[in-house]
Design a protein around this ligand. Structure first.
Ligand SMILES: [Zn+2]
Length: 311
């Protein structure tokens, strides 16, 4: 069994203006690490398909999805919110990013791959049902989770979010009673920090572990062992989805946490062990944040190499 690596050149054409930290070079850095290390040629490399509006509407409000299609500019930029903009290629990139997750779910459910990594942008976990936010247009991981539950017949899906920022959009969507019992979300995030959410009365299916700036590997291990693992073992997910942001890395100055490459290997192994016990090993991991190009490339490589069993 192999690891699928799902990406698309369209995801390199979305950009939000000079100096924006969520830049095409991020994805190029990830792809380059995969290629230069020789790992890429051992993976099942697939092009991300386009998600359909109907796929987005399982978690986003219809009006919002239609407004994104309508706002796509033919030139220049359409500013969606203070942090997020569209250029003429962004709609296509956003549909590929969400589509990658759908294909990833197809791959692992059909048993064509043991697990999948989606090297995509724009990222997704801040996008709520109603709006774009924090560099995110469509909530890729949520679109994948809803697809697995409503189209592929799975009963329980876990989402693990290890980005330095709280995945407020994913939490907003899956806190609804409609999803509770079918989705569990577990994550750590720097607190207090953008987007200043995740700490007040989370829904019972949310396992949120806020951590102070400076937290490193020891704090992550405690979060996993004391909070995530017991809840996830009880929940027994049939599929594990990962919002894989690498901005909790010590070298990432957008975040203030202190993880090192090896911490991503450890977390990946833990999640693989969980998936082996409950989910037939099925994991779909999707790129979220990560803004130091060198640390992002190395950490993503460490993560995918571990998924591929190549360490
Ligand atoms: Zn982030």
């Amino acid at each position: 069994m192999t690891t699928s690596y799902i990406t698309h050149a369209d995801c390199l054409r979305h950009e939000m203006g000079a100096g924006h930290p969520e830049c095409p070079e991020r994805l190029a850095a990830v792809n380059e690490q995969m290629r230069a290390s020789g790992l890429l040629e051992t993976l099942r490399c697939l092009k991300a398909p386009l998600a359909a509006a109907a796929d987005m509407k399982r978690v986003h409000q219809s009006d919002y999805v239609e407004s994104i299609f309508r706002n796509s500019p033919s030139q220049g930029y359409a500013q969606l919110d203070p942090d997020t903009a569209m250029n003429p290629h962004s709609l296509q990139a956003a549909l590929r990013a969400a589509g990658a997750g759908l294909l990833g779910v197809d791959e692992v459910v059909a048993g064509r791959a043991a697990n999948a990594f989606c090297a995509v942008r724009p990222c997704g976990h801040h996008a709520t049902a109603l709006r774009s936010m924090g560099f995110c247009i469509f909530n890729n991981i949520a679109v994948a989770a809803a697809y697995a539950l409503e189209q592929k017949g799975l009963k329980r899906v876990a989402i693990i979010d290890f980005d330095v920022h709280h995945g407020n959009g994913t939490e907003d969507m899956f806190s609804l009673p409609h999803w509770q019992g079918r989705v569990m979300m577990a994550g750590f995030f720097q607190h207090p920090f953008y987007p200043h959410s995740g700490t007040r009365n989370p829904a019972p299916n949310m396992v949120n572990v806020p951590l102070p700036a400076g937290s490193g590997g020891a704090a992550i291990r405690r979060a996993m062992e004391e909070h995530w693992r017991p809840a996830l073992e009880r929940f027994a997910p049939e599929l594990v989805l990962i919002s894989a942001g690498f901005d909790a890395h010590a070298e990432d100055l957008l975040g203030g946490m202190a993880l090192v490459d090896e911490d991503y290997v450890w977390m990946t192994r833990e999640l693989m062990a969980l998936a082996a016990r409950h989910s037939q090993g099925r994991i779909v991991s999707m790129l979220e944040g990560g803004y130091n190009l060198a640390a992002l490339g190395r950490s993503a490589l460490a993560h995918v190499r571990t998924l591929a069993g190549a360490v």
